[in-house]
Design a protein around this ligand. Structure first.
Ligand SMILES: Nc1ncnc2c1ncn2[C@@H]1O[C@H](COP(=O)(O)OP(=O)(O)O)[C@@H](O)[C@H]1O
Ligand SMILES: [Mg+2]
Length: 227
């Protein structure tokens, strides 16, 4: 499976400021951490990866796909998890919410039910399948959001500060889940312990990619220079 993310001189200009400034990188690691101060461009970088944002200049490919011309294919292969799980819930019950991700894929009702049941069971939500999604705890809601992404079997999972609203136990649970996933993951986080568990880390500052490398080294620089 090709799992390379390539950016060549990518900038994103919001008119009065560059959210990303001439970013070039080539990434094929399994787990990729993205760190940096507030406003440094992390979310903009993450949003480029499934076409939620597009480059103002420069070029990029994600697993061989061009986000400008192949956004539909890209969205099918790249799952996105947001910070706030409430914003991701679209259907009344837990099972319906997960099933919603499989719409339009030509699957039978029983195939959908099987896939939904197994992803919920694997992630500790099996007993909540028929519960109202909004009755779940914050940690369970984020697990639900991740289930809704994983059920469609993406090649790449992009998560933008997915544990920011969670307590330590739920953060740990999500971290362990991510650590066990076969998919490539791009994890934007302020939790430096989570970043440290990744294979490579990227440090953004003022829209520029200032360092890419071993997480321990990159985190060290962030703590010395930016924290
Ligand atoms: N939709 C937008 N319109 C205008 N400016 C934006 C928009 N989104 C982000 N920005 C600006 O771009 C910069 C980078 O933002 P962002 O990528 O969200 O950073 P981070 O996720 O690291 O906090 C910030 O200065 C932010 O204010
Ligand atoms: Mg952000």
């Amino acid at each position: 499976m090709e799992r390379e993310i390539v950016l060549t001189g990518v900038s994103v200009d919001y008119g009065n400021r560059l959210a990303l400034d001439n970013v070039s990188t080539r990434l094929d690691a399994h787990r990729i951490a993205v760190i940096g101060a507030n406003g440094s461009g992390k979310s903009t970088f993450a949003r480029l990866l499934n076409g939620l944002e597009t480059p103002t200049s420069g070029s990029m490919t994600v697993h061989g796909l061009d986000p400008l011309r192949q956004v539909k294919q890209l969205r099918r292969r790249v799952g996105f998890v947001f910070t706030n799980p409430d914003a991701q819930i679209v259907m009344p019950t837990v099972a319906e919410d997960v099933a919603f991700s499989l719409r339009g894929r030509g699957l039978s009702k029983s195939e959908i039910a099987d896939r939904v049941a197994s992803v919920l069971a694997e992630n500790g939500l099996g007993d909540h399948a028929d519960a109202p999604a909004h009755s779940l705890s914050g940690g369970q809601k984020q697990l639900l959001a991740i289930c809704s992404v994983l059920v469609s079997d993406p090649e790449l999972l992009v998560a933008d500060e997915p544990t920011t609203m969670l307590d330590a136990a739920n953060t740990r649970r999500i971290a362990d889940l991510f650590a066990a996933l076969p998919q490539q993951i791009v994890l934007v986080t302020h939790n430096l312990r989570l970043a440290e568990r990744c294979d490579v880390a990227l440090l953004f500052d003022g829209g520029r990619l200032v360092e890419q490398g071993n997480p321990v080294d990159v985190i060290g620089r962030y703590e010395r220079e930016f924290a």
